[in-house]
Design a binder for this molecule. Structure first.
Ligand SMILES: [Fe+2]
Length: 223
């Protein structure tokens, strides 16, 4: 059920967003993986609508916005190279929306983001990717939210898309640049003290994250 305090995607896609999306298309051409949602059907959210939503919920010139846009662009490149659906690109743009003030609740950004998108009417396929990206269950365990995460958002049926989303996140810097996983991890460990919950979670997940990145890197080289 949609909460009354939460604006619908239709409301969020205001004339201001539409104008921004139109300006973006004027600069960059048509969105390669789908057009912006026209404000009537939340499940029509695609990459262009996702970008418009990001601009609504994140302050301009912040790292969160720059990183989210960078991960989205990285996913556009990966999706194009590997012939993958635009769902990957949409999920990439929105993967960190749980950090937005409008979405923040439990502190587990994957869960908060997925819940927020669900309230906006996003599909289960999209919310499950956002809910489980970048070893979410590891941090969920640290926060004693793993049962909530698993119960509310079963892991995606397509594990390939989830790994590719994690790949895009782990090879994009905090400011949106493409980086190696070594650079990305170093940045995370710099940002969070060694005993910090996020630092501990990423450290525990590091072998899995490195395996995902290495596997996708190999695949991209052959594409
Ligand atoms: Fe991210």
């Amino acid at each position: 059920m949609i909460e009354t305090r939460t604006p619908s995607l239709a409301a969020l896609f205001t004339a201001r967003s539409a104008a921004r999306a139109a300006a973006r298309r004027a600069v960059h051409g048509p969105a390669p993986y789908g057009e912006a949602m026209q404000g009537s059907t939340p499940r029509d959210l695609g990459p262009a609508g996702a970008q418009a939503l990001l601009v609504e919920v994140f302050e301009p010139s912040t790292d969160r916005l720059a990183h989210s846009l960078g991960v989205g662009r990285r996913a556009e490149h990966v999706a194009h190279a590997l012939g993958l659906p635009e769902l990957l690109v949409t999920a990439a743009y929105l993967h960190d929306i749980g950090y937005a003030a409008a979405a923040r609740d439990t502190g587990l950004h994957q869960l908060d983001g997925a819940r927020y998108l669900r309230r906006l009417g996003a599909s289960d396929a999209l919310t499950s990717l956002v809910a489980h990206h970048t070893s979410a269950l590891t941090e969920a365990g640290e926060r004693h939210l793993d049962a909530h995460l698993r119960g509310e958002f079963p892991p995606p049926t397509d594990g390939e898309l989830l790994d590719l989303l994690t790949y895009c996140d782990m090879t994009t810097s905090a400011t949106g640049r493409t980086v190696t996983i070594d650079e990305r991890l170093e940045c995370i460990y710099d940002r969070y003290a060694p005993g910090h919950l996020v630092s501990r979670s990423i450290h525990r997940a590091e072998p899995q994250l490195r395996h995902i990145v290495s596997t996708v890197d190999d695949r991209m080289r052959l594409a």
